[in-house]
Design a protein around this ligand. Structure first.
Ligand code: F0G
Length: 422
């Protein structure tokens, strides 16, 4: 019997279910949270912090397990050594360009499958392993499918991925193919795939591993707390994060909320969720004070991983933005591509989706919402090498602000000297 329970996110309903039951929604149709019995640990904030510092040789998930999935038996954990990702302090040039001195980048692209999704998958696939399921599935804009396929492969589970055909990068497509998933390219967008994977997993004994599965959220929850532990428990003024299906911002919020309630941290940061203009339903809702939320039809964007018009976790995201006195912002294609070029050129390779967060941070700083003296952490969600086409296209285009095209030369020293102005 698990001490953790599933609970409806609608406070008016609040119905609870056994955590070992396979379900992704309440009977009323709302999403579920995993609620843990933290009191049974009987720890002060200081005791929790000490606990996280133990066993530094173990993957992050083991160290943080008590706050993520306390009921999961250790022998069921399926890990590829995700986590403990670098937290980079911006170099002088980046500090100058963005007008913030205490600017940090938390690079989640340095995880085993090169995105933050591994944080959720260690939890989701381990829970699947614990439950004894045989087949797992997800819809994806690329990174979830890459991560799920790798973790499920490692655990020996059959794996199925539903992808919007032609709408993800080649590198992302290679990942589930090579790790042995059944890869289904559907002639629809991500929202269409998401709808179908819910129908598929409702009808057949296939375990759904999108972030509407609340155990995924539990794993992703740790990114904020891990960052704060790297800052020696100093709480940033801001966390900035790109938003697509809205699982990650929901997880970041839940993790920080719980850490505050357990007195592991002594103040609250603010959250900023950044969307692209091409797929901005949460930004639009924010502009109307969240009086309503309307899905949109997502348009094409270079930030293809967040080309999502109907985010499954919209309600959870809104809950967290309200709790953390947060904001949503939107950015254009030019703004995000220029931001990518700026951060890439400092030696930190980022993807267009991560660049969305960087561009949003820049806009919020210019508007004075973020102040010069603030301590700011931008979450970079995937590695640049997953999106080489976007990078090549930008740098080969002479109209790009920071274009840096490769030059083709005859094989002579003279030609090289001329190219180098020597
Ligand atoms: N950044 C990257 C690189 C992503 O792959 C995603 C989501 C996000 C940001 C947005 O996170 O959905 O939790 O708000 N990718 C999903 C996928 C949808 O299928 O890989 P979110």
């Amino acid at each position: 019997m698990s001490k953790s329970v599933l609970q409806c996110i609608n406070p008016q309903c609040g119905k609870r279910y056994n955590a070992l039951e396979i379900r992704y929604r309440c009977d009323c149709g709302e999403l579920l949270d995993v609620i843990h019995d933290f009191e049974s640990f009987n720890r002060t904030g200081e005791m929790w912090r000490k606990e996280f510092k133990k066993n530094l040789q173990l993957p992050a998930f083991f160290r943080f397990k008590d706050i993520l999935l306390p009921d999961l038996p250790e022998e069921k954990i399926v890990t590829l050594f995700e986590g403990d990702t670098p937290l980079y302090l911006a170099n002088r040039e980046l500090q100058r360009i963005f007008g913030i001195k205490r600017l940090y980048f938390k690079h989640e692209g340095m995880n085993p499958t090169l995105s933050f999704k591994d944080r959720g998958m260690v939890a989701g696939v381990s829970w699947a392993n614990y439950l004894g399921v045989k087949i797992v599935a997800c819809a994806s804009t690329g990174d979830t499918s890459a991560s799920m396929s790798a973790y499920a492969a490692f655990a020996g589970l059959k794996r199925v991925v539903l992808l919007p055909e032609g709408k993800i990068s080649l590198e992302q497509l290679c990942q589930p193919i090579s790790s042995g998933a059944i890869v289904l390219g559907l002639q629809t967008d991500f929202d269409g795939c998401m709808k179908l994977v819910q129908e598929l997993t409702a009808k057949h004994p296939i375990y759904l591993l999108n972030s509407m599965n609340p155990f995924r959220i539990e794993g992703q929850k740790i990114i904020g707390l891990e960052t704060i532990s790297q800052l020696n428990w100093k709480v940033p003024d801001w966390f900035i994060i790109p938003v697509g299906n809205a699982g990650n911002i929901s997880a970041l919020g839940k993790g920080l909320r719980e850490a505050y309630e357990l007195k592991i941290i002594d103040s609250l940061p603010r959250l900023a969720g950044i969307q692209v203009e091409a797929a901005n339903p949460l930004y639009q809702s924010y502009k109307k004070n969240f009086s309503d939320f309307k899905p949109v039809v997502a348009q094409k964007t270079t930030a293809s991983a967040i080309q999502i018009g109907n985010p499954v976790s919209a309600k959870k995201a809104i809950r967290e933005i309200k709790y953390f006195n947060g904001v949503f912002e939107e950015v254009s294609e030019k703004e995000l591509l220029d931001a990518k070029a700026i951060v890439d050129s400092a030696g930190i390779s980022i993807c267009p989706n991560s660049a969305t967060a960087v561009a949003g941070m820049k806009k919020l700083r210019e508007a004075g919402v973020i102040r010069e003296k603030d301590l700011v952490v931008v979450i970079l969600t995937a590695h640049g090498s997953k999106f080489s086409q976007a990078t090549i296209d930008y740098h080969k285009d002479p109209k790009s602000t920071y274009s840096n095209p490769p030059k083709t030369l005859p094989p002579t020293l003279e030609a090289i000297e001329r190219a180098l102005n020597l």
